[in-house]
Design a protein around this ligand. Structure first.
Ligand code: HEC
Length: 110
């Protein structure tokens, strides 16, 4: 019984810590998006400039893969290649978390 209690405490602590980490990553992602990405992609991931894609609700892994491809020079674009150079792995994870966590709804045309 004591072991079981210990296991439950450990599991709860792990759950709380990972929820905290998620919230912290999300805050860091929001701050980075606000400082760097907002001009073109919007803080809400709705692009404000023709030619820059919407990011809200995009798959998290897809965002990570594309940003790493720009950074590594495997995908090239005059602006994104430069922007990605300045992003750390943590920055990439955080902004991907931010944009993928924005919930969107879609409506098909009549
Ligand atoms: C100066 C404008 C500008 C800024 C600032 C900018 N982007 Fe972009 N972004 C673009 C454009 C334009 C594209 C389309 C590039 C292409 O065709 O490859 C793009 C493409 C992307 C893509 C690929 C999307 C897809 O559908 O494949 C991702 C992911 C992305 N940007 C994330 C970011 C993040 C995260 C930031 C901030 C750290 C950022 N961008 C800042 C203009 C910008």
């Amino acid at each position: 019984m004591r072991h079981l209690f210990g296991a439950v405490v450990i599991l709860l602590t792990a759950a709380i810590l990972s929820a905290d980490t998620f919230a912290a990553d999300l805050r860091a992602g929001r701050a980075k998006a606000q400082a760097v990405c907002q001009t073109c992609h919007g803080l809400d991931g709705r692009s404000s400039i023709a030619g820059s894609p919407n990011l809200s609700g995009q798959n998290e892994d897809y965002i990570i893969i594309q940003l790493k491809a720009y950074r590594a020079g495997k995908r090239q674009h005059p602006q994104m290649s430069i922007i990605a150079q300045a992003l750390s792995d943590d920055d990439i994870d955080n902004v991907a978390k931010w944009y993928s966590s924005i919930r969107i709804t879609v409506e098909l045309p009549e």
